[in-house]
Design a protein around this ligand. Sequence first.
Ligand SMILES: [Zn+2]
Ligand SMILES: [Zn+2]
Ligand SMILES: [Zn+2]
Length: 328
Amino acid sequence: MELRRDPVTQSWVIQEDGPVAWPTNGECPLCPGREALAPQTLYEHPFRQPNWQVRVIPHLRPLYRIEGDAQRRGEGLYDKMRSLGAHEILIESPDHHLSLSHQDDENVAQVLRAAVSRITDLKKDPRFRYVTFFRNQGARAGQAIEHPHSQITATPFIPRRIVYELRSSLRYYELKERCLLCDIIKQELAQQTRTVEWDDRYVALCPFASRVPYETWVMPINHHYSFEEDLTGWDGQVRFARFLKSTLQRLESVEPDYHLVLHTSPNVKAKFDKTGHWQSLDSDFHWHVEILPVAHVESKSYSVKEVYYNSLLPEAAARELRAATITV
Ligand SMILES: [Zn+2]
Ligand SMILES: [Zn+2]
Ligand SMILES: [Zn+2]
């Protein structure tokens, strides 16, 4: 497995020689009692008790490997490197059938706390430029193991979409001396056409140019550039857990399968980055969670990735999500 950079778009692609299956023998590798399959525990709650609630282990089929360095090299004009990084599984509950949105608030907060702890830990490694967590729910979203889990990755590069976001956040900040997402939040809360729900700390909304039906972003209303530095306290973790659950339940009432990804600040301590490069990062970037539901019916997009085609207006999507029945 190696990483190759597309010289035209500058985005990195993980290149593998043929797909590989999970080493599971048909049993769920994440259920209690199967801990021997992944003997290394990276995080656990409660710590070293017989009944764990949340557990983080190295991925059994990692996309990235943590040992060594990136061995960046060229092949003519092309760039490639080893698939260096970290790839971890965050097991969200011992219960094989309990989805995240239906766990109680405290348990979801423990999942968030585990993510905060792992991201903070991985960011201490100067080889990694970007650390994040994501979750694929449902087979159509590419969920490989049924057991509720999310994934944490650390990479020696910043993913392309984050590069775009960092660039336009910085440009906006240089122009207006304000945070782009703070301004979006203010305008959306004033208009209330694309807002799904909000409280005094968080807001969920369908973005103006939603890529897919029911695309939803969840963001802190008070500016903060880093998820893992913002959500260090238990109170904050519980509050965000409750809010996230509510948004997920609304989304699941219309589309049960989704991709969820955290967009937080890059690792400012990574090597090779120029001094002063991240000078205004804590003021210009605003962490958020993006949720992209996977539609039941194929959209009639003429090209899936080049130009997005979305057949549902975000204003209509938000209206429907606001009206959804939830149990939080
Ligand atoms: Zn299981
Ligand atoms: Zn902001
Ligand atoms: Zn984003």
